[in-house]
Write a protein that binds this ligand. Structure first.
Ligand SMILES: Nc1ncnc2c1ncn2[C@@H]1O[C@H](COP(=O)(O)OP(=O)(O)OP(=O)(O)O)[C@@H](O)[C@H]1O
Ligand SMILES: [Mg+2]
Length: 373
């Protein structure tokens, strides 16, 4: 049996009626994974990296992929431009199955899909200009068109002045700008970013994210982004998927997943972004009150279901007594108020359960964490 036939047998043929019966959102999807699986032939035998991935990425969105190391993030993103060939299932780009693409169609596909990497992958012996120009040369684009394009892109990424510099003479952020310019030479419709800001300091990360946002909005590109930095997802992504052991364990709009993560892995990944109880306070916290003077410690969580930040004066008034803010903060993600407040209430006429219920008028989730003297 030839490999091609074998592969056909492994992969369920698409249902004829599928396209007409699909939910309109899926029909509009820019990238779709259907029952996608990937198994590598590792040195110690097969390594199953992805199983049954069903996912749709919409045109023009910034889509984040998170998960622990080895979860399958890079494997997934690399099936979009077929740097990895799926073992089972399908990848559709604009409703077209890319599985059987021959070399020519693959070359065309990869020009429509730019990619940037953690370590920039620049040619060290070539200047900034030459690095950006190279893929155009390879594609046989005439000189005047090349010059026009390179100039336009260096301007977009803010590197006009550096066009004669070599990569070794650039900062990390500048190198990534060259990487971005190079990824855009063929006017791609999709930009894949695998840990594109992981080698950069926080300030440079912000400037690169700003640039990606601008590209997303100005050029209408769909961006698929892998990162270990949750703040990157929060700052730039519209939706996010969480992978664990090659499977999707959670997905949704960023405000929803960040505001109220459901899966243990998501909670762990997002923990650094959420404010926990200060250690000193944790050690003094009691499950039962010692006396009626003890402060009741409440945790109010804002999961983004309401759009407005809480009215603190009204909240404190409703709780009565003396309300101290132990820790907390509320921020806006995609127009939703997210965050938490840790409050200590003393001298209120209300019991802990009543306090919890009252606070529930302002926050989506309220817990009584315990009591401190
Ligand atoms: N070429 C390969 N050959 C064999 N196994 C591989 C290969 N590439 C990846 N794997 C395995 O597949 C699994 C998923 O790897 P992948 O690189 O997709 O993870 P990841 O989520 O991107 O991890 P990281 O966050 O560390 O980059 C891992 O167990 C990895 O060891
Ligand atoms: Mg990876």
């Amino acid at each position: 049996m030839t490999a091609a036939i074998q592969r056909r047998l492994d992969v369920p043929e698409p249902q004829q009626a599928e396209h007409t019966e699909l939910h309109p959102e899926l029909n509009r999807a820019h990238v779709r994974f259907i029952g996608l699986g990937k198994t590598y032939n590792g040195q110690q035998g097969p390594v199953a990296a992805l199983h049954g991935i069903d996912l749709a990425i919409q045109r023009g969105e910034v889509f984040g992929i998170i998960g622990r190391s080895g979860a399958g993030k890079s494997s997934l993103i690399r099936t979009i431009n077929r740097l990895e060939q799926p073992s089972t299932g399908r990848v559709l780009i604009d409703q077209v199955d890319i599985r059987e693409f021959d070399e020519d169609r693959l070359v065309a596909l990869r020009r429509r899909i730019g990619m940037i990497f953690q370590h920039f992958n620049l040619m060290s012996a070539k200047t900034v200009w030459q690095n950006v120009e190279l893929p155009l040369k390879v594609a046989g684009v005439p000189k005047d068109k090349r010059e026009h394009k390179v100039r336009e892109l260096l301007e977009l990424v803010g590197l006009q002045e550096k066009h004669k510099a070599y990569p070794a003479q650039l900062s990390g952020g500048q190198k990534q700008r060259v990487g971005i310019a190079r990824a855009l030479v063929h006017d791609p419709a999709i930009l894949l970013c695998d840990e594109a800001t992981s080698a950069l300091d926080p300030q440079t990360t912000q400037s690169i994210l700003g640039l990606l946002r601008e590209i997303n909005q100005r050029l209408g590109l769909t961006i698929v982004l892998i990162t270990h930095e949750m703040a990157v997802i929060r700052d730039i992504c519209d939706r996010v998927v969480v992978l664990e052991h090659g499977r999707i364990v959670e997905q949704g709009p960023v405000w929803e997943v960040f505001g109220n993560p459901q899966h243990e892995v998501s909670k762990t990944l997002l923990a650094p972004l959420q404010h926990g109880l200060p250690e000193e306070l944790q050690s003094r916290l009691r499950v039962q009150p010692q006396s009626s003077d003890d402060a009741v410690v409440l945790r109010l969580q804002f999961t983004g279901a309401a759009h407005d930040e809480p009215d603190l004066a009204a909240l404190f008034g409703a709780l009565g007594g003396r309300v101290r803010l132990l820790q907390g903060g509320v921020e806006r993600i995609q127009g939703h108020a997210l965050g938490q407040l840790l409050l200590a209430v003393t001298g209120s006429s209300l019991g802990a359960e009543e306090l919890r219920q009252r606070a529930g008028n302002w926050a989506q989730q309220v817990e009584v964490l315990g009591y401190v003297v």
